[in-house]
Design a protein around this ligand. Structure first.
Ligand SMILES: *Cc1c(COP(=O)(O)O)cnc(C)c1O
Length: 387
């Protein structure tokens, strides 16, 4: 059994992918070819956002977004410790400081009620909230916030945006896992000042290599990101108006993504069907908690992640499933504030108890559009033996 069945998907669209790749080889515009432009238009339209800027990865999308705001040393960027390293890595890369807040135990997304508390602690230099050690000796300016749509479920943007605005913070949506998800009448990638997604192969809309996209309704920010992704170029290639990066999306990746996007809306439905089968099939008596989706939101199920009762319960279930040839993965086994890479921030165990408990209990089941009812029956039956 596959955790993510990319070969199954390829079988459906191989001809279209081959044809799209051939077109690129024929026209030879490998950098910023017409496919990149077409992909930006299609994905921007799909998400209901004015500007879409293709780039080299989800990580670079986040980097470009922070660079567009001029983030640098002395700035505090608030985010969640329960995410992939890239979300916080880009903050440190620019010399700014990631400042973590804890997450909601049901949605696993950042808890917006904690924004006020962390901002006032930053401003008053108080000890009321766990802060990076650097705050003891120098004061950081709370500048922005990165919310993550973990496992494909949008964060609580109504509340996040309101509280962030009250505190003068910009908001970036890390939609690396949520392209195609729903939030009320809106779609993921349209929920904050800038949104960033990823086309890493295993993401809901994945290419055959690295890729990403930034989205914004703001003309100035979009223009800055487009320039930053091409060495800070101005009017032409050799007119450089800012320090940027080489962060373009390859034309070949855009060609692959266009073929995949054709069946993407249908795949969202299939993912939802697979999620429903799991949620109905896993018995409450096992103590395994299935995912919570708030009223009005729709996950795109980048992962189907459940909570075991505790660490031992989790290892027992994972071992049992493995014996039956069913793969599971832990996203994420370590909270970011306790990672070696962020040791310099000086956080300690216990600072973000909800997040830390999740890292001990969470694991993800196989999830992709081509899971069969039989396969899922086998998976849920295996889980249901662990009461
Ligand atoms: C995958 C991911 C990223 C980074 O995307 P890449 O394309 O791999 O660089 C950033 N944030 C989150 C939440 C992710 O899951």
């Amino acid at each position: 059994m596959q955790f993510v069945d990319l070969p199954g998907q390829q079988k459906r669209i191989r001809e279209k992918i081959d044809a799209n790749i051939k077109t690129v080889l024929d026209h030879g515009k490998y950098i910023l070819g017409p496919e990149v432009d077409e992909l930006e238009k299609k994905l921007g339209g799909f998400s209901g956002v004015k500007h879409a800027v293709a780039c080299s990865s989800g990580t670079d999308a986040l980097l470009l977004a922070l660079m567009a705001y001029g983030v640098g040393p002395g700035d505090a960027i608030i985010t969640t410790p329960f995410t992939f390293i890239a979300t916080a890595e880009v903050i440190s890369l620019l010399g700014a400081t990631p400042v973590f807040i804890d997450v909601d135990p049901r949605t696993f997304n950042l808890e917006p009620k904690q924004i006020d508390a962390v901002v006032s602690a930053l401003k008053n230099g108080s000890n009321d909230y766990p802060l990076p050690g650097i705050c003891k000796t120098s004061s950081l300016t709370p500048k922005g916030l990165i919310a993550v749509d973990l496992f494909g479920l949008p964060a609580d943007y109504d509340t996040v945006n309101r509280i962030a605005n009250e505190n003068g913070l910009f908001v970036i949506e890390d939609a690396a896992q949520s392209f195609g998800a729903e939030y009320g009448e809106k779609k993921a990638c349209s929920l904050a000042d800038i949104a960033c997604t990823s086309f890493y192969p295993a993401k809901p809309l994945g290419g055959y290599g690295d890729g990403g996209m930034c989205f914004s309704d703001n003309d100035e920010l979009a223009g800055a990101m487009r320039s930053l992704a091409v060495h800070g170029q101005g009017g032409n290639k050799y007119d450089n108006v800012r320090i940027g990066i080489n962060g373009r999306l390859d034309t070949l990746q855009a060609a692959v993504l266009l073929a995949k996007f054709d069946i993407f809306p249908e795949e969202i439905g299939l993912r939802q069907q697979a999620a429903d089968r799991y949620s109905e099939g896993i018995k409450k008596e096992t103590g395994v908690v299935t995912p919570f989706v708030p009223e009005g939101s729709g996950s795109v199920w980048a992962q189907y992640s459940v909570l075991a009762k505790d660490e031992n319960h989790r290892s027992d279930i994972q071992a049992g499933l493995k014996e039956k040839g069913i793969p599971t993965v832990i996203y994420y086994p370590g909270a970011l504030h306790l990672q070696e890479a962020f040791k310099i921030l000086g956080y300690k165990a216990g600072d973000f108890p909800v997040c830390e408990e999740l890292t001990r209990r969470i694991f993800s089941l196989p999830m992709h559009p081509y899971l069969t009812a039989d396969e899922q029956e086998e998976i849920t039956a295996a889980i249901n033996t662990y009461g």
